[in-house]
Structure formats: C-alpha cells, structure tokens
Design a binder for this molecule. Structure first.
Ligand code: FES
Ligand SMILES: [Fe+2]
Length: 382
C-alpha cells in the first residue's frame, strides 16, 4: 500500500514536523519510501549542499583518485600535478562513457571506449582520429569540475554551484572540535557497506541515545551511563550536535575498555566524553577521547544507502607498534554495534514501506532526529 500522493509536497502535511522537538512529530513515512520525494531530496538537498566525500590525506600524491556516486552523479576525486585536489565529472565528453571505477593512481584519465585522454586536471589532451572533425577544439571538451572545499582534513563537494560558501555552512562548528586536532588525524581503518534503508534513517539512529538500552544492551549501552546528552543549541551553523559525558572511550565494547589506546593529548576534564555531530545533510561523525569515526553517506534510491565508514586516530597512536593489535578491538566494537543498528534499520524501513505508518512523537533523547526532519522540510517543501 502506498502513501497518499496528493499530500507529499503539500506544506500542510509538515505543520507538526517543524515544531520544536518536544512538540513535534517525525517526518511522514513517504519521506523514507517515495521515489518522487527521494528525487526532490537528490535535487534540492544532495545536489545543492556540501557533501563529505572522504579524507584529503587518503589522496596524497599526483594521480591518486577515488570515485564516488552522489545521488546518481559520478564524481572522480583526483589530485593534480599542481597538488590541487579536484572533483571531476566521471563521464567522457565524447559519447558518455563512465571513465574511472574504484580508486587507485593514474598518469591521466583514458576513456576505455575510443581513447580520449584527459589530464589530471580534467583537460582533454588526446582525441585520436578527430583531425577531420570540423571546428573541433580540444580546449572546449574538458571534464566538468564541481566545487570542492577542504575542512579539518575532510573533502566536501557541491554538485550545483551557488548557495552559501562552505564557511557559512559550517559556522562555529570548529569551536567545538578544536581539542581533537582533526586536520592532523590519520586513517586507522575503514570499511564500506550497504544498508537497505533510507539514508535519513541511517543518520537518525546515529544521532539519538533513545535506542541504546534496547538495541545495544550488551555491547555499548553501558558506556553512556548518564543517558542525558547535551544539545549545543546556541552555536551557529548548519549542523546539530550532542555531547555525551562518560568515562573512557566510547569506541570500545563496554567490557573491552581495558584495551584502550592512549587518549588524545591535552584533553581537559570537560572534554572527556563523546561529541556526535551531523553537518547537514549527511556528514555524521563522532569524536571521543582517543579517536574519531565518520560516515560518508551515498543514497542509492529511497530504500538503499551505501556507506563508507572511516576511523581516524592521532599520528602518535598510528605509529605505536601495538596499534594494529589494539585497534582490532575498536574494529570489533564498530562492527558489532553497526550490525545491531542495521537489523533495526532494515526492519524500520520495512515498517515505513507498508504505507500504514502514521507519525508518533519524540522523546527528549531524540532532539537531533526532530531537527533533521525540520531541516529536510525547509529544503524540500515550498
Ligand atoms: S566515449 Fe569516451 S572516447 Fe568515446
Ligand atoms: Fe545504534
């Protein structure tokens, strides 16, 4: 059974969504299932926003590249001979072949179809058998370039030009993150996986403490004994954040915390805990006392989300001889807790897909879910 079509883009359908969290309702079910609503999100949310596409130091040298797909748009992230990182359209200017797959290092970008060759900066350098083509000028057929921003060592891309500068989007978020020295953190590990749920559900479960006791009872719930996250309401920027005070690291299973890596140097007593952040629309991350982890979110239709998860540690931690041995316990924690979340998320998507979900209300432990819902409405509904 489908949700009623007529109501999907009617502002009246969202009157209760945009209220303050403790007065608000969640988004209607169609926002998680409907193809037309999803297309609207790709067009107005993903194409017009700064979207995180990974870590700058994952592509250190000229020719290093990685491909990503943002709501159907294929992008090559590639480091040029000039040291500059670019985001290029991954589609050949000749007749539309996808150019690169996966990641690696290249001297140039060669189309596998008819061998048009592009430089690392996207300019067309070679085009065989085009000498008789009238008025053909290679300078007019370079790859389109998307806007790019680097912040705290993360790469952001915006597909449609215009709109606020990255600095205006991020606002005062830096002030909450200074203590972690994020630009210098190194990649400790990463993994990619697919979840059969809407991209917003994936983010929502990451940003709320309400499910911890039920879903993570035997894995990580014990870390967050206080269960009273603080919301940073007075800080400007296009993000939401919660702060959980707790002892030790939140990146290990509760009963494995004796395996902890050393804490980040210089943390003050008030900085012992975990900061969860969602920089709209989809850059979700957590910083705790010894590491941080973040998600790149790539929606693939309304009910499927491709996720790249990366864990960062201070350089001194990565250099420890026992790093890999200890880090194994961190990987286990992320795998166990993520698998617990995925079971719930795919079942939640099933509930949404029935067409018979009618929105409930939020607990005080879900303010960020409510705020994301409100933000989505402002971006998608006229
Ligand atoms: S499609 Fe790329 S060279 Fe023909
Ligand atoms: Fe969870």
């Amino acid at each position: 059974m489908a949700y009623p079509d007529a109501a999907i883009f009617d502002r009246k359908s969202y009157a209760k969504v945009t209220r303050p969290p403790l007065q608000a309702e969640p988004l209607p079910g169609w926002c998680y299932t409907d193809p037309a609503f999803h297309r609207r999100e790709i067009e107005r949310v993903f194409s017009r926003s700064w979207v995180c596409v990974g870590r700058e130091n994952a592509l250190p040298d000229a020719g290093d590249y990685r491909t990503v797909e943002l709501g159907g748009t294929k992008v090559i992230l590639i480091r040029g001979q000039d040291g500059k990182l670019r985001a290029l359209n991954n589609v050949c200017r000749h007749r539309g072949m996808v150019l690169l797959k996966g990641s690696g290092r290249v001297n140039g970008i060669l189309c596998p179809f008819h061998s048009w060759g592009y430089g690392l900066d996207g300019s067309l350098r070679g085009a065989p058998n085009m000498d008789r083509t009238e008025g053909f000028d290679k300078r007019e057929y370079g790859l389109a370039e998307f806007e790019i921003a680097i912040w705290q060592g993360f790469i952001f891309v915006r597909l449609e030009p215009g709109g606020p500068a990255f600095e205006d989007t991020v606002g005062e978020l830096d002030t909450l993150l200074d203590c972690y020295d994020l630009p210098n953190m190194r990649i400790g590990g990463s993994r990619e996986f697919t979840v059969n749920c809407n991209w917003k559900l994936f983010i929502e479960v990451f940003m709320e403490d309400y499910h911890l006791n039920a879903v993570h009872k035997n894995s990580i719930a014990g870390t967050y004994a206080s269960h009273a996250p603080e919301v940073a309401d007075g800080v400007n920027g296009d993000f939401v954040t919660i702060w959980d005070t707790h002892e030790g690291t939140s990146a290990l299973l509760t009963d494995e915390r004796h395996k902890a890596l050393p804490p980040i140097a210089g943390l003050k007593p008030s900085e012992l805990g975990t900061r969860y952040v969602l920089l709209y629309p989809s850059f979700a991350f957590a910083c705790t006392i010894d590491c941080m982890w973040f998600f790149e979110i790539y929606p693939d239709g309304p009910a499927k989300t491709n996720v790249a998860m990366t864990m960062l540690v201070p350089p001194s931690t990565l250099a420890r001889p026992d790093f890999e041995a200890r880090f194994e316990a961190y990987r286990t924690r992320w795998k166990v807790s993520m698998d617990e979340d995925i079971v719930v998320l795919e079942r939640q998507q099933d509930g949404m897909e029935t067409g018979r979900y009618r929105p409930g209300r939020f607990s005080h432990l879900e303010p960020c879910v409510s705020k994301l819902a409100s933000w989505i409405v402002t971006r998608t509904i006229d």
